[in-house]
Design a protein around this ligand. Structure first.
Ligand SMILES: Cc1ncc(C[n+]2csc(CCOP(=O)(O)OP(=O)(O)O)c2C)c(N)n1
Ligand SMILES: CC(=O)[C@@H](O)[C@H](O)COP(=O)(O)O
Ligand SMILES: [Mg+2]
Length: 641
């Protein structure tokens, strides 16, 4: 097909194979256009901007050199894959990113064959790529075959234990495996820890040794079009650091550091690695997060995540809000309590801003610890702090705390250590979708002996729960709260310590009682307005505690009503299951109580707005109203669509 000379080269790319027709100079131009397209798309959708901008050249180079999907490119976290999506047949849908029915903000096997492995939680890529490499060598996927296995992992993700577990295994297996360390000297916040300092030293002038073996005779082994590039690679490799690095000690050939924005470095070195790699190879690529878009480069988080924005000014379009976020309410209350009690300390796993612990870090830097992307360590570190007489608050997103679960059980719960878990992003979170939903924490915490588990119904309740957790010294305690803003209730100056295992009655009604755990309470109250208008007046209670349950309250509600409905922003096995267990043990069902438990359905719900996701889960006010009518056997008038 003939093209007008001014047609953007990117328009000629419908699949990665199209890149193979371009010269190196043209690939540079493609990268330029791909960056502009990424910025333009994210300005309309919002999302993870900075990480993708930092890997534009790397993405083009990988797809130009390797043959995906046969070669498996596994992106760590995969928040940096918008350019990859554009090059792999999804450009026409890139402006649906993170929206209902649109592209996921992460790699997803069901979305494209070019996404060989789904991600969103960090530090899984080397393990998965090693799995592909071993499957290849054992004859897996014989229909299409498996080529190279390539993991692309950031410096932040590399700080997690899982990445080292994978390298340790890969070094021993000696399989051909390519790991690209994308080192932009950033996590979401500035990176922390000794590994980060080590990587900085690697590119800050430590004496380099020669990669003699790889450089020797390399050019002659390559097909003629690559020989010029290979000569350059040879020259470069001579001056790069090899030998004696941590990665070499783990059994990898180390190549780097390379300038990840310079195609004249990237292309020849990657071609050479493709032609010659035998065992595990780690290519250290240095990039800039937010590269090529000044507002992102200037931002403290390098444009890690953004709302919709104006491309020219970089200004984000934010909806005005009336209520503080739950996260900030937690952060402020913790600082207030920390001022009163010097034993209070806090732990975050690479999410200081996301968890509100940035406030604690500013005010009490020596008592606030960012452990890096290391939830497992973070939990046990908090357990050690508690055993050492401190009062640790371990603030993690519900979904990321999953990674530290054995530590929660083995190091905290069994030893009855008073670690306070601030479980943020509880429930459905919206645009990040199923990987980030906080669906399981009630189930996985409330089944642990001795754990206290609370959920805040609003931001004032959250304040009380922070204070309650601070005062609770006899064992582990957790309180959960959702992403986003509170409901706008008046905030007390300070949280009051709640009685452990006591809920509260919100309104007294008849026939049906709704027992809410967490922030569905406002939807329950909206449902009650509609029900009141029909002459059905539910009793409503806020359970506050999933463990220990308020037995008196629950048994009274069961005794005094024909039906009892529980509701929670969590999966089956949580609050409702505990209530059902209590009712069964007390023989309440034998007397004919009608019981319903509203929990998240047994599916992973794709990204949308939280409201829409809760509609999918049938947990909004109209669904609660319908549930009440159903349990009472009242015929429903169909709503207009
Ligand atoms: C287990 C886990 N904990 C925390 C996060 C939140 N998170 C997402 S990206 C990110 C930083 C990743 O840094 P890096 O790997 O260097 O990638 P970059 O954004 O710099 O490209 C963090 C902490 C996560 N996705 N998974
Ligand atoms: C990729 C990732 O895991 C984080 O960037 C996450 O998207 C942050 O979520 P919040 O926006 O809820 O802090
Ligand atoms: Mg990084």
């Amino acid at each position: 097909m003939s093209q007008r000379p001014d047609t953007p080269l990117l328009d000629r790319v419908t699949e990665p194979a199209d890149l193979k027709r371009f010269s190196d100079a043209e690939l540079r131009q493609v990268a330029h256009e791909l960056r502009a397209e990424t910025i333009s798309a994210v300005s309309e959708t919002g999302g993870h901007l900075g990480a993708g901008l930092g890997v534009v050249e790397l993405t083009v180079a990988l797809h130009a050199i390797w043959d995906a999907p046969k070669d498996r490119i596994v992106w760590d976290v995969s928040h940096q894959t918008y350019p990859h999506k554009i090059l792999t047949g999804r450009r026409d849908r890139i402006r649906t990113l993170r929206q209902k029915g649109g592209l996921s903000g992460f790699t997803k096997r069901s979305e494209s064959p070019y996404d060989p492995f789904g991600a969103a939680h960090s530090s899984t890529s080397i393990s998965a790529a090693l799995g592909f490499a071993v499957a290849r060598d054992l004859g897996g996927a014989p229909e299409h075959g498996i080529g190279d296995a390539i993991a692309v992992i950031g410096d932040g993700a590399m700080s997690a234990g899982m990445a080292f577990e994978a390298m340790n295994n890969a070094g021993a297996l000696k399989k051909r495996l390519i790991v690209i360390l994308n080192d932009n000297d950033m996590s979401i916040a500035p990176p922390v820890g000794a590994l980060s300092s080590y990587l900085s030293r690697l590119y800050a002038g430590a004496p380099f040794q020669e990669l003699k073996a790889a450089a020797k005779g390399m050019a002659s082994l390559l097909p003629p079009p690559f020989q010029e590039g290979a000569k350059r690679a040879k020259d470069m490799l001579k001056s790069l650091a090899v030998g004696g690095t941590l990665f070499e000690e783990l059994g990898f050939s180390y190549i780097g550091p390379l300038d990840g924005h310079d195609m004249s470095q990237l292309l020849p070195v990657l071609r050479t690695v493709k032609a010659r790699a035998q065992g595990p190879v780690l290519i250290h690529v240095v990039t800039k997060k937010g590269k090529g878009y000044a507002p992102a480069e200037r931002a403290i988080d390098r444009g890690h995540a953004t709302g919709k924005f104006d491309v020219v000014s970089g200004e984000q379009k934010k909806a005005p809000s009336n209520a503080p976020s739950y996260t900030s309410v937690f952060g402020k209350e913790l600082v207030r309590l920390a001022a009163e009690d010097p034993k209070i300390v806090a732990v975050t796993a690479a999410m200081p801003d996301g968890t509100g612990l940035n406030l604690m870090a500013e005010r009490y830097p020596s008592r606030c610890f960012d452990v890096g992307i290391a939830e497992q360590h973070g939990v046990t570190f908090a357990a050690g702090l508690a055993a050492g007489g401190m009062k640790p608050f371990c603030a993690m997103y519900s979904t990321f705390l999953q990674r530290g679960y054995d530590q929660v059980v083995h190091d905290v719960a069994i030893q009855r250590l008073p670690v306070r878990f601030a479980v943020d992003r509880a429930g459905l979170v919206g645009a990040d979708g199923a990987t980030h939903a906080g669906s399981f924490d009630v189930a996985y915490l409330a089944n642990l002996p001795g754990f206290v588990v609370m959920a805040a119904a609003d931001e004032a309740e959250l304040k009380h729960m922070v204070a309650t957790a601070a005062a609770h010294d006899s064992g582990p305690i957790a309180f959960r709260y959702p992403r986003g803003e509170g409901v706008g209730v008046e905030l007390p100056a300070k949280g009051e310590v709640l009685e452990i295992g006591r809920g509260r009655l919100i309104r007294e009604g008849a026939r049906v009682a709704i027992l809410s755990f967490g922030t569905r309470l406002s939807e329950v109250m909206t449902a009650c307005e509609a029900l009141d208008a029909r002459g059905i007046t539910p009793t409503v209670a806020d359970a506050r505690f999933a463990k220990p349950l308020d037995r008196d309250l629950i048994l009274r509600l069961a005794r005094d009503h024909e039906a009892l409905i529980t509701i929670e922003e969590g999966a089956v096995g949580g609050f409702g299951s505990h209530v059902a267990q209590l009712l069964a043990e007390e023989g309440v069902f034998d007397h004919g109580l009608k019981y319903r438990s509203m929990v998240l359905p047994d599916v992973f719900i794709d990204q949308s707005t939280p409201e829409d996701m809760y509609a999918t889960a049938a947990m909004n006010a109209p669904d609660i109203e319908a549930k009440v009518l159903e349990v009472l056997g009242v015929a429903q008038v169909k709503r207009k669509a």
